[in-house]
Design a protein around this ligand. Structure first.
Ligand code: BG6
Length: 562
């Protein structure tokens, strides 16, 4: 009996030691302000902690730092006068400040070649800052307080001396606090490595962390991407590199795992057994106006498909991860990508928009853009059929469609389910069973929604069926404004949460799928099918889908919920 009691006591002590060790390990890698009131560090808790932190907000929209105010974060936006910085990064930082999500001690630095004073930077930034629609109180005040934390340093992108000057300036703000530094490279990719070199050699934090966010394009193909990765890794570890795909920060993309793995009704259906095809659709109702110089070098396949749509596909199709931790999630995504067949020419249709007159207005063609060569054959539209050769998805077409200057702006995932076997109600639907099958639509934007098309009996004495939607429209259900993708991603980078960033093997796998196709298209100079500005894209996309027995779900969709 005594022996038995001793054994229990011994086991309890071992368990306590183990728990303490695990807790210590998980705490040590996160800044203190992420840990308020939490005693373990898993992803869901980290996300929950954002809510908790807000409740603990003090003063100026800042947070009490429970390490006694000893650490500080500086976010340096390299390429501060560029479009992305002005339109997305500074506004996202302000929104985080406004919501009380930034640590108490933070500084924002703009770095670029042009000469500018702090005041000029502040004026420039203030033009694009907006307050949340649902929380306008003290907006002017908050903007003022945020701007007081913003500074500017001019310098060349390849000058170690200039980065040393930046280092000196940062140190003045950081004082004796533990300095953490985040660099956002909002610059063309051909200078990523130079900036990474200068920043890592001259502007790394000596005691705190240093992280670098890079934004696509990560190369133009497998080789150039691998070269970029090698170049960055000469100066940074993989753990320091945060590769952004801003679609991963979109609310409905993030929700995909919740939808799949927390609802019993979906996961059992999530396979070739019940799903007929999956469609990933991206369309914009404007052209490349103003961005032709960049776009012509990349085209829609590199701009949208190889990253945004492929990332969504990987999240959609992956196996359930062991946990929601970054490495477990990314391992599953890589497995899906590596199970996919590289694309061939016959799997793809490419198009380019041409000018079009409508209502007395002339909408310009792609090659009318002054920054685009007149004879450019760069695709502004592409449709593709992809296949995942694994047990779950064998034979199921994943169709992608992405285009600029189309009739509407939308990004959605459409899941078409199989026909009901031995359909009792066949007579009500006639021969076209496609009209009677269930379809799940995840509308990423605009008007975020998830809806399921079901067959329903029209109320009355007869037996007439129609198709109706079970509709979760976010604006009806939730009163909070949806944060911009950059807000989530910046906050994650500050918190060291890597789940929504692309790992280098993921990037390699993504390029392996598209590189042979891109080479073929370019070597064979495949001419894109022209489509009028504002149309539904080239007819070839419909034939491609038909070849795989698929009908695009957005076909004929005039209203939002079709
Ligand atoms: C970018 C592309 O990654 O995403 C652009 O380079 C595209 O061409 C943009 O317009 C779309 O992003 P969003 O968030 O506006 O849908």
């Amino acid at each position: 009996m005594v022996l038995y009691a001793q054994l229990i006591l011994h086991n309890m002590m071992c368990a306590c030691v183990l728990i303490l060790c695990v807790a210590r390990r998980s705490f040590s890698s996160y800044p203190a302000y992420c840990l308020l009131g939490l005693d373990t560090r898993s992803l869901s808790e980290s996300l929950a902690s954002r809510e908790i932190r807000k409740e603990k907000e003090i003063g100026d929209g800042a947070l009490e730092n429970d390490s006694g105010g000893e650490s500080t974060v500086t976010i340096t936006v390299v390429g501060a006068s560029g479009d992305l910085a002005k339109k997305k990064i500074f506004p996202a930082l302000f929104a985080l400040f406004y919501e009380g999500c930034l640590p108490k001690h933070f500084t924002v630095y703009g770095y670029a070649r042009s000469k500018m004073t702090n005041e000029e930077l502040r004026t420039m930034i203030s033009r694009t800052l907006t307050c949340r629609i649902d929380q306008r109180e003290n907006c002017g005040d908050k903007i003022e307080k945020f701007l007081q934390r913003c500074f500017y340093q001019s310098g060349q992108y390849n000058s170690e001396e200039d980065f040393s000057r930046l280092d000196k300036a940062l140190k003045e703000h950081e004082g004796i606090r533990l300095a953490n530094r985040l660099f956002y490279l909002s610059i063309p990719p051909d200078i990523f490595i130079e900036v990474a070199r200068c920043a890592s050699l001259r502007t790394s934090s000596s005691k705190g962390w240093t992280r670098v966010i890079v934004e696509k394009p990560f190369g133009r193909d497998s080789e150039s991407s691998a070269e970029l990765t090698r170049g960055l890794k000469n100066y940074l570890t993989e753990e320091q590199i945060y590769r952004i795909d801003h679609y991963l920060g979109k609310e409905l993309v993030e929700n995909m795992s919740v939808l799949r793995f927390s609802n019993l009704v979906f996961e059992p259906l999530w396979s070739r057994q019940y799903i007929r095809n999956v469609q990933l659709i991206f369309s914009e109702d404007f052209g490349t106006e103003g961005r032709g110089g960049y776009f012509d070098n990349y085209g829609i396949i590199r701009d949208i498909m190889q990253n945004h749509l492929l990332q969504i596909l990987a999240l959609f199709a992956m196996e359930p991860p062991v946990s929601l931790d970054a490495e477990d999630m990314r391992n599953e995504k890589v497995k899906v990508l590596r199970s996919m067949r590289p694309l061939k020419l016959e799997d793809v249709v490419v198009g380019q928009y041409k000018s079009h007159y409508k209502g007395g207005i002339k909408y310009p063609g792609y090659t009318d853009d002054k920054t685009v060569p007149r004879n450019s054959i760069t695709p502004t539209f592409a449709a593709a059929a992809l296949f995942i050769d694994n047990a779950r998805w064998d034979g199921i077409p994943f169709l992608m469609k992405a285009g600029k200057a189309l009739h509407s702006r939308r990004t959605e995932i459409r899941v078409q389910f199989r026909h009901v076997p031995g359909h009792l109600f066949k007579r009500s639907f006639g021969m076209d069973l496609d009209h009677a099958t269930n379809e799940l639509v995840i509308r990423v934007q605009p008007d975020e929604a998830i809806y399921l098309k079901i067959n329903n009996k029209v109320p009355g004495l007869g037996m007439r069926l129609d198709r109706s939607n079970l509709n979760l429209l976010y604006s009806d259900r939730y009163s909070r404004e949806i944060p911009d993708a950059y807000e989530r991603l910046l906050l994650d980078a500050i918190e060291g949460e890597r789940r929504l960033f692309i790992r280098s093997d993921e990037l390699d796998a993504a390029w392996s799928l598209f590189t042979p196709l891109l080479k073929d298209l370019e070597e064979k100079k495949v001419a894109p099918e022209l489509y009028p500005y504002g149309s539904r894209g080239p007819v070839g996309a419909y034939y491609l889908a038909a070849k795989h027995n698929v009908r695009w779900g957005d076909l004929g969709a005039e209203t939002q919920n079709t």
